[in-house]
Write a protein that binds this ligand. Structure first.
Ligand SMILES: [Zn+2]
Length: 245
């Protein structure tokens, strides 16, 4: 098993990019005239729920008839945003854990770590009746103690720098299309105001469907690939990653 330890000083946290994740970028190109193979991908969204961008994201997923996985922050869950989270669940999306406070958890003690997870788990269970089964560490900041203390598998993903406003819709879409590969988990954000990622999906989803992609939740991805999530790993590309090693 590969252990990945990334220590990020608090001051450097904002500089961290998704390149810190384990997993490989997709290398396959699929010209339109090539025989289309069946592939699966996950659209995952961090930092909700909210009553604005999360709603737009769900509308976009619904428009294209696909599902995704929402990694929610406990402190963002209230009566109103919980209704949006419930809508996602009812659409067939899954709701996963992205901590309570969205802090750099690599500096926390075991008790604090467990409290972060338990808070969000219990609110999600309260509102939708199902507990999260995966965890995405805020800022992809991890420590050995986090792997020891948190029972959920850690999920990373392949992003498109969509937390930076100056990265345009077209650039986001282009990055996603370039990195697409069978088993990929796209790491995107539905924080308030991130409309450019919503718009990027209007480009990306149809294009990837043409290339033979089906969009599933993160739980379904592991099931379909027959992969058991491993402790001490930040999963980004499921199935292909295992096959490549
Ligand atoms: Zn986040």
């Amino acid at each position: 098993m590969r252990h990945l330890f990334i220590y990020i000083a608090t001051a450097a946290m904002s500089l961290l990019t998704m390149s810190a994740c384990s997993g490989k970028k997709g290398q396959q190109e699929n010209p339109a005239n090539e025989t289309v193979e069946k592939k699966i991908a996950v659209l995952s969204f961090d930092d909700g729920p909210n009553t604005t961008t999360t709603v737009q994201m769900l509308d976009m997923l619904q428009k294209h008839g696909v599902v995704g996985s929402f990694f929610v922050i406990g402190k963002n869950i209230n009566e109103e945003s919980a209704r949006v989270m419930k809508r996602a669940h009812d659409m067939g999306c899954d709701i996963q854990n992205h901590s309570r406070t969205h802090s750099n958890m690599a500096t926390m003690k075991a008790g604090e770590l467990q409290a972060e997870i338990a808070y969000t788990d219990s609110l999600v269970e309260h509102y939708i009746g199902v507990k999260p089964t995966f965890f995405r560490p805020p800022y992809i900041s991890v420590s050995p103690l986090m792997y020891e203390s948190i029972g959920l598998p850690f999920i990373c993903g392949v992003g498109c720098t969509d937390w930076e406003d100056e990265v345009t819709t077209a650039q986001r879409a282009e990055t996603m299309l370039k990195s697409a590969a069978d088993g990929i988990i796209f790491l995107l954000h539905d924080f308030e105001g991130n409309a450019q990622t919503v718009a990027a999906l209007d480009i990306v989803i149809p294009r990837l469907k043409e290339q033979g992609y089906e969009f599933v939740t993160v739980s379904e991805l592991f099931r379909r690939k027959g992969v058991t999530p491993q402790r001490g790993v930040l999963h980004s590309l499921v199935g292909a990653e295992q096959a490549a090693e």
